[in-house]
Design a protein around this ligand. Structure first.
Ligand code: NAD
Length: 498
């Protein structure tokens, strides 16, 4: 049983977690540590090492050593070990979900869903592990020419705070399947379940193949991304950090993929049932999954004027019905946002929206209930114009803006008038309109009549400032390999026998 998983609980003494490099559990070289705060109670759940450049260097060298034998193991054995890891995760799924709920504030039902989908991701990439083959090129009788795909060796995987275990574990799966050793750096605000992952993986994977280092972005993240032994970096997080990572990785010309933020539009046409669209608009904010802290949240709602009043009424009814409170309690739909600084940031977005003239239709502040905890009322703004910050900036919290439209082309233009391009969403029963808009909307993923589902294998990744590259697909697996071309000139024929 994982030490962190067994010990973290409300009211229990704070856990003193360590990190493992190559099978040795240790403090950061500097001895520095970071607090893990329960955002519901604001109490200390535990502390984790605050690793820095020396730890990054040791972890990269250890991963380099581990990567050769891991690659040499062959894909069938790697796939089998990934399935074993999936089984080990599934065995403690309930405890992992509770740990993530305590550490992140995300509702328990959402975190159960996260662990289930992580297990599915591990199986998905275990199943794909053999699909890294190359191609052959037709040549004359004198040569044989073909390509093959080889792992990079060490992959650095930096992830944000909002889906702690799902991102720490699920986002390592493709790189491991492709034959790389992986170093995961979780969000510094929600690191505990990543350490639990290292504890679980210790019993399954060879030492050094999957390393979890905890620490800040500016010290540990920078050191990992800029390390000369790292040729592949995959990042999920905000646009400014994505830019910074590209710059740092440029020092070693490391290959980078980025999954970044979104301000995702949802266009509701007048031919759909406004109540169904309103129900889905609330669901696709991911409030009940991660308190609206989701890159895919549909925070810009463009609703045709013919149904806007009815849609808004249904939306407000649903948002008012959401129960805010302790996320460990199944009866609650909404917990706190993950940490104090983010709480202040979300409340500031709300205040700026009010100051710019938007109307609070529901919510709009801290809820009156719990005195402690980083709670924000689920909030809907109306009377929003396109130039307001609330229509343009990613809030990353339970906050939506409703706007109207009469002309569909104008709605598409407004939906596209943003630097973001993660997802776009359309509700219509008219297939011709759906097909046209799917083509015109500038986003890496377009949903028609149903938002947020990501069937495994459907490539996910943003356009414009929302990212570089695709995940959740065969493309992601291939992105952890580099292509090599081999041309063999055949020896001259032996006249004695051929
Ligand atoms: P963030 O960019 O602040 O941090 C993300 C990670 O990067 C953390 O682990 C952090 O420690 C690390 N980091 C920070 N500075 C770094 C640096 N200079 N070098 C290396 N690493 C560094 O993001 P956040 O606030 O944790 O997460 C919220 C953002 O993530 C939102 O914008 C959200 O939309 C985005 N996100 C995107 C996706 C997606 O799939 N597109 C998924 C989830 C979240």
């Amino acid at each position: 049983m994982s030490r962190v998983l067994g010990r973290v609980a409300r009211g229990a003494p704070p856990v003193h977690a360590l990190m493992s490099i190559g099978g040795r559990w240790r403090e950061a070289t500097s001895g520095a540590r970071m607090d893990c705060i329960d955002p519901t109670t604001e109490e200390l759940l535990g502390t984790v090492p605050a690793a820095g450049a020396a730890d990054a260097d040791l972890a990269v060298r250890t991963a380099q050593e581990a990567s050769g034998p891991w690659r040499a193991l062959g894909w069938t054995k790697r796939a089998a070990l990934l399935r074993d890891l999936a089984a080990a995760v599934a065995e403690v799924a309930d405890r992992l979900a509770v740990l993530d709920t305590l550490d992140s504030g995300n509702p328990i039902a959402g975190m159960r869903g996260d662990i289930d989908s992580t297990v599915r991701e591990l199986h998905y990439y275990a199943g794909l592990a053999g699909q890294t083959h190359g191609e052959s090129t037709p040549t004359g009788a004198e040569t044989v020419s073909f390509t093959r795909r080889e792992p990079y060796g060490v992959v650095v995987r930096i992830v944000p705070f909002n889906h702690p275990f799902k991102f720490a574990c699920g986002k390592a799966a493709a790189a491991l399947a492709a034959g790389n050793a992986v170093i995961v750096k979780p969000g510094e605000q929600t690191s505990l379940s990543a350490i639990a992952l290292a504890e679980i993986a210790e019993a399954v994977l060879p030492p050094g193949v999957l390393t979890v280092l905890t620490g800040t972005g500016t010290e540990l993240g920078e050191a990992l991304v800029g390390h000369p032994g790292v040729q592949r970096v995959a990042f999920t997080g905000s646009v400014p950090t994505g830019r910074r990572i590209l710059t740092t990785a440029a020092r070693n010309l490391a290959h980078v993929t980025l999954e970044l933020g979104g301000k995702n539009p949802l266009i509701v046409c007048p031919d759909v049932d406004p109540r169904t669209a309103a129900r889905d608009a609330v669901a696709s904010m991911n409030i009940a999954r991660s308190n609206g802290q989701s890159c895919g949240s549909t925070s810009r709602l463009y609703v045709h004027e013919r149904i806007r009043a009815e849609f808004t009424e249904a939306l407000l009814e649903r948002v008012r019905a959401l129960r805010v409170g302790d996320p460990c309690d199944e009866a609650n739909d909404v917990g706190p946002v993950a940490f104090a600084e983010h709480h202040a940031r979300v409340l500031d977005h709300i205040e700026r929206a009010k100051a710019s003239g938007a109307t609070v239709a529901v919510g709009g502040s801290r809820p009156p209930g719990p005195e402690r905890g980083y709670f924000v009322e689920p909030t809907v703004f109306t009377d929003v114009t396109d130039d307001m910050p609330i229509a343009r900036e990613e809030v990353f919290g339970p906050v939506m803006a409703v706007m109207g439209f009469t002309d569909l082309d104008d709605a598409v233009r407004r939906a596209n008038d943003t630097d973001y391009g993660l997802t776009a969403n359309v509700y219509t029963r008219d297939l011709r309109v759906a097909h046209r808009l799917a083509g015109e909307l500038q986003a890496g993923y377009v949903y028609v009549n149903g938002t947020g589902r990501r069937p495994p294998g459907s490539p996910f990744g943003g356009w414009k400032h929302s990212g570089l590259g695709k995940e959740n697909s065969h493309q992601e697996l291939l992105s952890y390999t580099r292509e090599k071309t081999i041309t063999i000139t055949l020896p001259a024929a032996d006249p004695d026998w051929s």
